[in-house]
Design a protein around this ligand. Sequence first.
Ligand SMILES: Nc1ncnc2c1ncn2[C@@H]1O[C@H](COP(=O)(O)OP(=O)(O)OP(=O)(O)O)[C@@H](O)[C@H]1O
Ligand SMILES: [Mg+2]
Length: 514
Amino acid sequence: MTNKKELPVIEVRDLNISFSTDHGRLHAVRGVNFELYKGEVLAIVGESGSGKSVSAKAIMGILPPNGRIEDGEILYGGEDLTQISEEEFHRIRGKKVGMIFQDPLSSLNPIMRIGKQITEAILINGNKLKEMYRELIAPEVIALSNEKTKVAAKIDRSAFELHKLAETHKASHQALKAKYGEDKDGLKVALDKLRADYASAKATHKELVKSTKAATKLVQKELKAELKVAKKAAKVEVATHARTLKKDYIEQVTPLKLRLKQTSNRETKKAIKTEINVIKTAYIDKTRLTKTVAKQMAVQVMEEVGIPNAARRYKQFPFEFSGGMRQRIVIAIALIQNPDILICDEPTTALDVTIQAQILELILKLKRERELSVIFITHDLGVVANMADRVAVMYAGKIVEYGKADEIFYDPRHPYTWALLSSIPDVDSKERLEAIPGTPPNLVYPPQGDAFALRSKYAMAVDFIEEAPVFKISETHYAQTWLLDERAPKVEMPKIVSERIRISLEKAGKKDGK
Ligand SMILES: Nc1ncnc2c1ncn2[C@@H]1O[C@H](COP(=O)(O)OP(=O)(O)OP(=O)(O)O)[C@@H](O)[C@H]1O
Ligand SMILES: [Mg+2]
């Protein structure tokens, strides 16, 4: 539930992401803001290409190499994920955030038994003493690598600005040539100015690199020294811990072994042996995660996500499962590390309607039982009607409407949300009532004004010139459309949407009335 007093688990602030492509820079995400609270489902809804997956990938730190976060923050536990090192990201991503993709087949390895795929991640860190050492020195390791990352990011950002300047200059170069035509002298003066501008920007960049490197040198030296001290202390602590475990083990086992030698009764011998084995297993469990325990954990998660005969199916390959079961396996893989956050990117699109409903039910159950915070991405508002606590409607790289599920479904304000609501298949006829006309804009050249204007019959002149501010409708409900401006003419939402709202309110009312 949204609790304003509670801090969000994830807070995305003014996120801007672009891709370098053959046709120029593509602005996939353009100033996105949202927050995710503990135990809630936030749905991100929008047509293909609106930037849903790219936003999710940024949170996971898995943007493709040609993509970059140009600006903004992704705060997790108060820490900005766009500014941290790979090491720290790995820890957070692996353990705190799980992600499920659309196509379960492509996220599973077809030639590896599913049990192994589920346990893989936990067995990697299976040596508990090594893991303890890593945990002990983690703050210092992270501090050092964060400092390195911070420096690299600063230099990189400056280099990127320089690169962008070069790109604009290239375009200006062409423009100037056309402008001056035969006026060679005029052209020379203009080009010289361009060159001088670039040279000065380059010099500034070089200066920044130099001063940044100089500033970090001492800091890094200190951090390295701290890391050295931490490593030494951690080694001692781990060794002491290991010795204590061993000592306890020997103290428990020695008298038993003695008794074993002294007795000749077969029954007693057997009982003592069993007892020794129990102690031994407990000892091993404390030092490393054994395959047996990992399997127990995996089978338990498989049962939790509703895979029947989990223990038997543990050894099977992905092709032996149906599409719905494979998606359950993918969910099990995401859950085995006990994440706080689950990002589901169109997890049901490839499934038929009945199976889709079961997976949605499962995600809701997991959310409740594990108090997971869920980001659920879909192009179909209908899918999230019964599961989302809040909804962010995304169009052309922006969130155009944002609110509690009830606000979006019963009091939608943005023409794009109306269009999405009109295109939800009807529950009874299963027919899509109204397809949204036209196509989303090319994000290499984001349109001026409201990106949806060209496709919207509600567009006003101002929509083609200037983007609307974000209007606040309630404490929790926002929309970015000029229709909410006091000067705008009063327009009603499309009949088909108001009619649907009326019907669903009626249905809900009836239910409540009984
Ligand atoms: N690696 C890439 N290189 C260039 N452009 C990319 C890349 N990945 C995504 N894009 C572009 O970024 C924009 C947003 O893509 P994204 O995958 O986030 O869309 P989406 O909302 O998830 O859509 P869908 O419903 O199709 O999954 C699109 O215009 C897409 O073409
Ligand atoms: Mg996508």
